[in-house]
Ligand binder design. Sequence first.
Ligand SMILES: NC(=O)c1ccc[n+]([C@@H]2O[C@H](COP(=O)([O-])OP(=O)(O)OC[C@H]3O[C@@H](n4cnc5c(N)ncnc54)[C@H](OP(=O)(O)O)[C@@H]3O)[C@@H](O)[C@H]2O)c1
Length: 268
Amino acid sequence: MSGWPPVGTAPGVVGRVKPGRGGSDGYYPAMVENEGRVALVTGGNRGIGAACAAALAAAGERVAVGSRGGTAPEGMLGVRLDVTNAESVDKAFSEVEAEFGPVEIVVSNAGIVRDTLLATMSEDAFQEVVDTNLLGAYRVAKRAARPMMRLRRGRLIFVSSVVASVGGPGQSNYAASKAGLIGFARSLARELAPRNITANVVAPGPIRTDMTDALTDTQRQALTAAVPGGRMGEPADVAALVAFLASPAAAYINGALIPVDGGLSMGH
Ligand SMILES: NC(=O)c1ccc[n+]([C@@H]2O[C@H](COP(=O)([O-])OP(=O)(O)OC[C@H]3O[C@@H](n4cnc5c(N)ncnc54)[C@H](OP(=O)(O)O)[C@@H]3O)[C@@H](O)[C@H]2O)c1
């Protein structure tokens, strides 16, 4: 346990109030015991998602990770989850709920790329990326929202990309899906804030994962050249921000788009 949440903290706080303490308005003035909130990270079996899962576990949360294979880093609950299929999303949430209880933190991180220039981009390639990255986030948020509304607290964190703001040649499908997440999350932020649920977006720059390992050296060099520090980031750089957004300290951050890109997107 990390010591979260600090005693006497405000709405959005987690943990269990000892009988006879705390108010029904969501304020827990004292004696909050953190037994770990339940977090689900989509695409949490590797890359940025795995780092987010590890950071949340280190903060004392009970973490489940979802992916198509259902594998999980050691010590975490792995569930099979395909964000392109609403039934699979529902089943994955039900499994996590049965094991841990209602999900309070969702990191909507699963994503794919199918890069190619517009001239050669098929409708299928466009649709596949939007179906996973944007509609997938919708399916996950939709399944997550009702139990969070019942709980009257929750954190929705969407993993977008710097490409949403600055674009990328050959990435029109990916950029469209990741930019769509911003409007989607901001709408949820407005809809769900009265229930003490926040929705925020993180926008990583180039991060060292399987996704960027698939690039050519020339593509990687072009990407890093645009970063003021001239280097790629690590999954842990993104995870630190995600863990903060999930923490009680971030209760008043809502509808934000926060870059973690070494300065690549400055001014956008
Ligand atoms: N790496 C970067 O430079 C970078 C930069 C900006 C944003 N991002 C975003 O960060 C997120 C994570 O990227 P990453 O770099 O860690 O990529 P990655 O290593 O390729 O991992 C992608 C993850 O998404 C999961 N996934 C893909 N399709 C899925 C589906 N239909 N249902 C469930 N899970 C699915 C994969 O799991 P399975 O394949 O095992 O199912 C995997 O866990 C993505 O949304 C990506 O767009 C990455």
